[in-house]
Design a protein. Sequence first.
Length: 220
Amino acid sequence: MSEGGFYQRFGKRLLDLLVTVALFILLSLPLLIIALCSLAILGKPVLFKQQRAGYRGASFVLYKFRSMTDARDESGEQLPDACRLTAWGRLLRSTSLDELPALWNVVKGEMSLIGPRPLLVNYTALYTPEQARRLDGVPGIAGYAALHGRNAQSWESIFEQDVWYVDHVSFMLDLKIVFGIFGVVLRRKGIDRGDHNRDSDFQQRIESANRVRTSYVSRT
């Protein structure tokens, strides 16, 4: 069995558990402080929960610290994300502290510390066959694609990096990503998804699917 194969089948999960349990112990006080600050600033609930697509597309509940308010307009519709994102929420996102509750997903085996970022379940049907291969890896809190611009790159670029990672998983690669992520977080760049995706084929498929869904809901 190759080094990558042995690590992927056995070592990666063992390392995830050892590191995650240690992080929970070391970060217990910061986690409590963040939770209390979020409660005071944003109110309940403290955690953001959302269905995401995991290994082989299996759905699971992703946990994060909530970073946005539930502000709505006069008709009861939620305001755009930019209007609901608070300064506290932006701080959590820029430092990736909002991702810490996902350590529980790692303990449960739904995620790994390193792997393709888990995306919305309804995106799964929109992947090309090649892009869908990103689901052949256990999703991670941090991914190889983050080293190439985080969200400041096209969907196609992210998926290309994800598939490459799935094909080359190894201990040394994960170690490289871990050290690289520290620099990415410190620079606080590429946090938000901008206009670079306007001409992305995948973004157009998302918008088309959203229009169909909205049209269906309005008819029913």
